[in-house]
Design a protein around this ligand. Sequence first.
Ligand SMILES: NC(=O)c1ccc[n+]([C@@H]2O[C@H](COP(=O)([O-])OP(=O)(O)OC[C@H]3O[C@@H](n4cnc5c(N)ncnc54)[C@H](OP(=O)(O)O)[C@@H]3O)[C@@H](O)[C@H]2O)c1
Length: 247
Amino acid sequence: MGLEGGHALVTGAGTGIGRATARALARAGCDIAVHYRSHKAEAEALVQEISGMGRVSFAVAADLTSKKEIEHLAQEVGRHFPSLEVLVNNAGEYPRRTIEDLGDEEFMYTLITNLWAPYVVTKEFLPLIRKASAGRIIFVGSILALNGSTHGADYAASKAALGGLAKSLARELAPKITVNVVAPGSIDTAILADDTPEVRQQREKTIPAGRLGTAEDVAAAIAFLATPQASYLTGTTVHVNGGLRMD
Ligand SMILES: NC(=O)c1ccc[n+]([C@@H]2O[C@H](COP(=O)([O-])OP(=O)(O)OC[C@H]3O[C@@H](n4cnc5c(N)ncnc54)[C@H](OP(=O)(O)O)[C@@H]3O)[C@@H](O)[C@H]2O)c1
């Protein structure tokens, strides 16, 4: 899809949507930096798989709640890649708690993971992205940024704030760099692994597409935003939710 010779970093690429995105970008022609935190074996297996496609790939571990570790990630990626055409800020956490169960520190931790970390990662990588002839920054948001959540006020707030961050950066970094959000609905990854069969069935009933989304459904939208054909899309949110919410 026209990404030959490009270099991409996908955060949280050991699992779920990140993993599927790394694969999709590699298939489109990108070399891939695979970031992970705890899923080392999965990240290394992905590197092998992508290398088998004839792309350069390597894995770097970092806890993105640590600025030092983000700086280390930037150094490692900069050592391998001369420029960064695509940055996918995918890593995030959805700890489910009602407002009564949500502690102040836990609230801050969610903001740090889902908002501060993508901001710092973007800032750290900006010099490398500016070396590309065209840059693509993609944040993974959530349908809950718009719908809210009965057990994730911290999560919904963090994902909603990503929209403001993305729009601001889209203005600031235009026209060479586009900045967008991809907002998944209910996607069948580890994040939904605690659902009982009843909850899962209930979810499926409310989705016009009649099924949960797959990591590949989301990866396809991210990969499209990364292409030269998407150069006129910036500061927007692409919803991947099977019609669960229509904006
Ligand atoms: N699945 C859904 O229904 C859904 C819906 C809306 C939005 N999303 C968003 O989609 C993104 C990917 O989630 P997923 O569904 O693919 O679930 P997932 O498989 O649990 O992926 C989350 C990834 O984020 C990484 N991560 C979390 N905290 C981190 C930290 N502090 N430092 C570094 N990495 C960290 C994890 O790394 P390790 O596992 O290696 O520790 C993991 O690879 C998230 O931003 C999530 O909020 C998902």
